[in-house]
Design a protein around this ligand. Sequence first.
Ligand code: NA7
Length: 561
Amino acid sequence: MFDFLGKLIIERPAGIKMSDSKNDNQFDVVVIGAGFAGMYMLHKLRATGLKVIVLEAGSDVGGTWYWNRYPGARCDVPSMEYSYSFSSELQQDWDWSEVMAGQPEILKYAEHVADRFTLRKDIKFDTRVKSAHYEEAHQNWLIHTEDGTSYESRYCIMATGCLSVTNTPEIPGAENFDGPIYHTGQWPHEGVDFSDVSVGIIGTGSSGIQAIPVVAEQAKHLTIFQRTPNYTMPAYNKPLTSEFREKARANYDQIRADQRASLAGIVGYGFGFGGADLVEPTDTLKNTTPEERAKLVEEQGFGAFRTFLDVGLDPDANEMACEMYRQHLATIIEDPKTAQGLMPRNYPIGCKRPVIDTDYYQTFNRDNVTLVDLRQGGIQQVTSTGVATDQGHYEVDALIYATGFDAMTGALERIDIKGKNGKSIKEEWHAGPRTYLGLQIHGFPNMFTITGPGSPSVLSNMMVSIEQHVDWIADCIGHLEDNQVRAIEPEEQAVNDWILHVNEVAKGSMFTAPSCNSWYLGANIPGKPRIFMPYVGGVGEYRNRCDEIVAEGYSGFTLSK
Ligand code: NA7
């Protein structure tokens, strides 16, 4: 229902914002999280004159890039594209040094943005939010932090990140391990020196695949405990030349416009993916002969199937592509047993988030690297001196868990969030996350989720999706303020319809193949409902739908005085 044109119940004198009469802990907006989403949300809302505070668990800005300091951590989107577009001066001034920046450079960028826009004065660091309860009587959010402080606000914006709650599997015996245990997502700020250390790493997702080559260079020995091999492509990362940067900057308006209209928020400006230009796949792999496929692999390596449309649609064509992948892999790895151990099988290419790497497979040709393919016998327990598996015991001095995150919903469900009638977000989402547009939840008025489940989010260049959500939310709040609307929340039917649509679009894609077990589906967390969480329809389509909904007078939302 949309009723903002109805009679005004509460009239505020013109020109007086709610913030004018607030005490220290009363705000118009509380934003939770000071990663790229929370930082831009703060900047954007400041222009409205509302009283805003950001609460952040870390000691500084950066979110994902603040916590994920493991060796080799790097963005998998070209930095000229993985950067804010909201300030033309910022994008003209900042010099990215490489095509895909490493974590230290991205964190420096976040810090620079915080300095440049004096963001820190409205961010409370070292402050973890414990609960956020909607008080129906006052139509306010009451937010409690672990240090015992409470905040009251009209709007509560969750900028809590999609990959911010680490997944640490409970492996028996871990508490008895004599050496240090690290998690890639919570890496020590001072770094770790692995010289002369035998290291074990559990997990070969993107984090493991990035860390392994770098740790192997330093460690005495590196043992990789791999449960599921991944499909990974070379990143072809390289330094950026000043000529390239200048050309890209001159084209920034077009690049940004193309990103916003694209499928994944990435146009591959100047590099494409995997070092080759982006191509629109049109050919049919199933029409090729084994000889033709072998020739393609010989000529193009891992990229050999990228021009074939049916790889993403037809399980048989996909399996042919997987076989081509394995053929090329076998040519890189010197030891045939290790090559077999690294070969992904029994799930399609494109089911998990694509991984790109630097020298990953070459690392397995080093003398100080051992692969333990857990498909041949899994981990039994961690002992005081290493890891016991069904294949034997492996001695290590230090262990790294590269075991991922409770993605998309973890950070929200970790906070005790209660909406109308005291209903918790956990209850509301017991069968999987339910949102309208990934922006709002029925029964939780005036709470917004930036890049929440049901939006393109992790399937896209996060910067593009963050900026779109922040702009939408800021416009929405401006609209509510201008029209003296007290609360907005989605109708239950609109949520149902949107979820149906999110599932419809994902159906038939490799993302939801029965053999696919990805964190997109929550399959990495025991007991988590198996639901495909992000919106696969593309950032351009999605943006259009969000804009249409506004033009239709916030259709699907209830706006109440
Ligand atoms: P991922 O992609 O979730 O990878 C986690 C890895 O850890 C994956 O190989 C898992 O194997 C493995 N894992 C998890 N639990 C276990 C246990 N108990 N035993 C053995 N192996 C285990 O997380 P990342 O941090 O690498 O990447 C997350 C995203 O960050 C990435 O997609 C980018 O967007 C950036 P499994 O596949 O579940 O068998």
